[in-house]
Design a protein around this ligand. Structure first.
Ligand code: PEP
Ligand code: MN
Length: 638
């Protein structure tokens, strides 16, 4: 990237540059910075630190400064970038006028007559030392950090030891040192690129260069791919949190593609729009400011289609295969999930696949199969539309239209589904912020459809053990911002069947209004997403664990299994109650307090009356039994 930019630089010296253009650099005369400073006819001015160079530039003591940005061996030169970033973010208004690439040959130099075998330590600037880590280690030479390459040569010249300096040949000769090895860089053809900086004069800004200021590294996810920029991460300071250095990207484009919140673009390369210099807004206000906020918070919306109800306390369980594969397959799975208490049937007929040669879905024919299965088990059907021209025909058969993650910002499609007269399940894009997600919902609502469900299905992060990272934090962050029901898709988030139940439980506990889960009765042969499909038995366990309402159509065997599971839980709870009661009894005895406490007993009784209204007799019997068991266990003599 840098090479490209460097190649684009006009090589002639500035016609209007003063004859004695003072160019500051960090280091001693003979340092590589001096070469960059002199490269275009300037007069190099040395400074002890990068901070001092910036100070001089800010005060107008020098006309220009050169800063090393990137080295071929070690990448970003953080020693220079950190102070530059800090100064720019503090408000020093600079532009980048050109780049200069300086060939770097790191000469290992020592006092005249020093044999190489006697050299035990080598002094240099930390960035230079990093460029020859391997060669030095191979020779058993220990690196010693000092402020500059040429400065290292001066130190060695004045020192009585057999230590060496790592610097340019020019610097070595200037200090009267012998060059023992011409170049100890770990890589041939080493070079460092320097950027030339001037006080803000946007007419001169020629190098697209910017800082991104953000507290979230994931906010910059894929910005490099999207904008063609090179991102060099910087450590940042508590005062200026995580920042990134960006090269080669158009500031306006960066600003447009960076997530609206939490990324501030500070451009050095081009006249930045005034707004980009404003600090990012604190708090959680939605960034969709110019819209009428159809999604904004008010009383919860309940999306309702037959037995399917979600939002405002109603919870949904959408289940079914990833893809509709045959009339029989979808019918079998429909019966299984309905028996477990699912409230809607899912199934893809148009599949967004990463690989164009992978199964793409059986289209409208499969929609008929899905609709038939839905009718049979009396569940509404949910299916994805991928294109505007599918919307009308799919809407004739489907009860709910799904917008897939990949299409979350296909605005034409969002408008089209918004006009189709069907509720919409809007998946969050894998790279979309919560604001963008709400913005997408706003599109659907602005086009006329009020029944929108937001579906969190995992976002792309650095983690590779799961297909995506389920962003429950994002879901919770959206909760106070909108009245729309929130659905969670643990299947696409995990990409692995073994994690689906855990994520589903977590989402449920976090207050998701609904779940959408992929179920297949022969996952090994599934035509898509086979690794994340739950078999019906495991889906049944999940549905029971989440205590869905018993469905009227449940077959007897399923109901029995359900009761068995409840009895198992009850027995476990009774056992735990007895254990805790015993501990209480022990502690009372140790502190000499009466174990029996009629007031407590009355309180326990009240708890049961409340939980079992209209069954006072049962409540009394249960409490009697529990108290009796507790006493027996504590061997209390009455
Ligand atoms: C799906 O639901 O099958 C699907 C493709 O989901 P997503 O768009 O979330 O990847
Ligand atoms: Mn799928």
């Amino acid at each position: 990237m840098l090479r490209e930019i460097a190649d684009r630089q006009p090589e002639e010296t500035d016609a209007d540059a003063p004859a004695d253009l003072k160019v500051g650099y960090q280091g001693e005369p003979g340092a590589f910075g001096e070469v960059a400073a002199a490269a275009h006819g300037g007069v190099p001015v040395p400074f002890a630190s990068f901070e001092k160079v910036l100070e001089a530039l800010g005060q107008g003591a020098i006309d220009e400064a050169v800063f090393p940005l990137e080295n071929a061996v070690v990448g970003g030169i953080t020693e220079a970038l950190e102070p530059l970033a800090a100064a720019v973010l503090r408000g020093l208004d600079l532009v980048a006028t050109r780049l200069t690439s300086v060939p770097v040959r790191l000469a290992l130099s020592a006092k005249q007559g020093t044999p190489l075998a006697d050299v035990r330590r080598a002094w240099s600037h930390p960035a230079a030392l990093r460029q020859c880590t391997q060669r030095l280690a191979g020779m058993g030479i220990e690196p010693v950090v000092c402020y500059d390459t040429a400065g290292a040569a001066k130190i060695i010249a004045a020192d009585a030891s057999t230590d060496a300096a790592i610097c340019s040949r020019h610097a070595a000769e200037k200090s009267g040192l012998d060059v023992l090895i011409e170049d100890v860089s770990d890589r041939d053809q080493n070079n460092t690129r320097f950027v030339h900086l001037r006080q803000a004069d946007h007419a001169r800004a020629r190098v697209p260069l910017a800082f991104l200021r953000t507290s979230s590294m994931t906010a910059t996810n894929r910005l490099d791919v999207l904008t063609g920029a090179t991102l060099l991460p910087l450590a940042g300071t508590p005062e200026h949190p995580v920042r990134m250095w960006v090269l080669g990207a158009d500031a306006a484009r960066l600003q447009a593609l960076a997530p609206a919140r939490d990324v501030q673009v500070v451009s050095l390369g081009q006249p930045a729009p005034h707004a980009s210099r404003l600090p990012p807004k604190e708090g959680t206000a939605p960034a969709v400011k110019s819209l009428p906020h159809a999604t904004a918070r008010r009383a919860a919306t309940v999306v309702e289609v037959g037995p399917f109800k979600v939002g405002g306390g109603h919870r949904a369980m959408i289940a079914g295969p990833c893809s509709v594969e045959s009339p029989e397959q979808v019918m079998r799975i429909a019966k299984e999930v309905a028996a477990c208490g699912a409230t809607a049937l899912r199934g893809g007929v148009f599949k967004p696949r990463t690989n164009p040669y992978a199964f793409q879905g059986y289209g409208y024919e499969a929609l008929e199969w899905l609709a038939a299965a839905g009718r049979e088990v009396k569940l509404p059907i949910v299916t994805e539309v991928m294109a505007v021209d599918q919307v009308q025909q799919v809407a004739q058969k489907a009860d709910v239209l799904q917008i897939g993650a990949r299409n979350m910002q296909n605005f034409d499609l969002l408008r089209a589904v918004g006009r189709a007269g069907r509720p919409v399940l809007l998946k969050r894009g894998a790279g979309a912020t919560t604001d963008e997600w709400l913005g997408a919902a706003e599109y659907v609502m602005a086009s006329g459809e009020a029944r929108v469900m937001l579906c969190e299905r995992g976002i792309r992060t650095f983690e590779t053990s799961t297909r995506n990272t389920l962003d429950l934090g994002g879901m919770l962050a959206v909760r106070p911002l909108t009245h729309l029901p929130l659905v969670v898709d643990p299947s696409h988030a995990a990409g692995r069947a073994d994690l689906v139940e855990g994520l589903a439980r977590a989402a449920w506990s976090a207050g998701a209004d609904g779940l959408i889960v992929e179920v297949h009765d022969d996952p090994a042969r599934a035509l898509s997403d086979n690794e994340q499909a739950l078999v019906p038995a495991r889906f049944a366990e999940l549905a029971r664990a989440l205590a869905l309402d018993p469905n009227a159509h449940l077959p007897l065997a399923q109901l029995r299994a359900w009761v068995d599971a409840i009895d198992h839980d009850l027995a476990e709870l009774v056992k735990r109650r007895l254990d805790v009661a015993r501990v209480i009894g022990d502690s009372k005895r140790q502190t000499g307090r009466a174990v029996l406490d009629p007031k407590r007993e009355a309180a326990v009784r009240r708890t049961y009356y409340e939980a079992l209204p209209g069954s006072k007799q049962l409540a009394d019997k249960l409490v009697d039994l529990l108290i009796e068991a507790a006493r027996a266990q504590q061997s209390i003599e009455e």
